[in-house]
Design a protein around this ligand. Structure first.
Ligand code: MF3
Ligand code: CO
Length: 262
């Protein structure tokens, strides 16, 4: 497997792409309220991305028609924004977006609560995010890729959650999807050895019920097989000699989640 090692110049561009996407997510999350449509969310997100002079990488990617994937409740990922699909109080909404800054990509996802949500839903969101940070403890040069996968999967499964297996994280750089594929569950093989300069999009997708999913009629939207809630959390990261650099977090998030600043 050929996993590219980014140069200092490439890393600088990816840092900027990550920083921009972090603020897009922060600003977009604040706008989500009952009564708006998923298409409204996409429009807001696209406008924000373009306001930074970036290109929304998902738009027209393999025919995907929008800039922000909006996946509500039992929808896992790749929900297609629609004018008539309204957000309601109590929903959890997964927002996934990517930007291209001077040829370099960042990719990140957050699950947002709309008003008051159930304790179950809140825990799912928090634990999905925490599973990512469990993975980050393993994201160091000298360890292997699947150390990240195992840390994420074992943590999520300790709550009885279903860890989605049909979709994975991925390498990222001048393309949205590069090698390697990054599973969110334990693997028998250990995967590639991590090296400084690798840039990865790590993205646990965690279900309250079964890990099984199906693809909706539109060919894109991934839905839980049992109709139970699902959450998504994704960041673009850089492997370094020490702690990983999480490129798509705001400074506040780095503070809150205890990650070293850039
Ligand atoms: N973060 C998503 C992923 O890595 C990107 C969605 S691809 C799109 O799979 F086609 F939906 F845009
Ligand atoms: Co991704």
């Amino acid at each position: 497997m050929k996993v590219s090692i980014k140069s200092a110049e490439e890393i600088a561009l990816m840092r900027e792409a990550g920083k921009i996407l972090a603020s897009v997510h922060q600003n977009l999350a604040k706008e989500i309220r009952p009564g708006m449509s998923t298409a409204d969310i996409d429009r807001l997100g696209e406008d924000m991305i373009r306001s930074y002079g970036c290109i929304p990488s998902f738009k027209n990617y393999l025919g995907y028609p929008a800039s922000v994937c909006v996946s509500v409740n039992e929808e896992v990922v790749h929900g297609i924004p629609e004018k008539h699909r309204m957000i309601e109080e109590g929903d959890i909404v997964s927002l996934d977006a990517g930007v291209i800054y001077r040829g370099y990509h960042s990719d990140a996802a957050r699950t947002v609560a709309v008003g008051n949500i159930s304790t179950q839903a809140q825990l799912l969101i928090e634990r999905t995010r925490e599973s990512f940070f469990r993975g980050m403890k393993m994201a160091r040069a000298g360890r292997h890729l699947h150390d990240i996968s195992r840390a994420i999967g074992d943590y999520a499964e300790s709550f009885g959650y279903g860890v989605v297996r049909d979709l994975c994280g991925h390498g990222i750089g001048s393309s949205l999807h590069e090698e390697p594929e990054i599973p969110n569950y334990r693997k028998f093989r250990r995967g590639v050895k991590l090296q400084p300069g690798m840039t990865l999009a790590v993205e646990p997708m965690i279900n309250i019920g079964t890990k099984d999913v199906f693809w909706a009629e539109n060919g894109w939207t991934v839905v839980t097989a049992d109709g139970a809630l699902s959450a998504h959390y994704e960041n673009t990261i850089l492997i370094t000699e020490g702690e990983p650099e999480i490129l798509s977090l705001t400074e506040e998030e780095k503070e809150a989640f205890g990650m070293a600043k850039a």
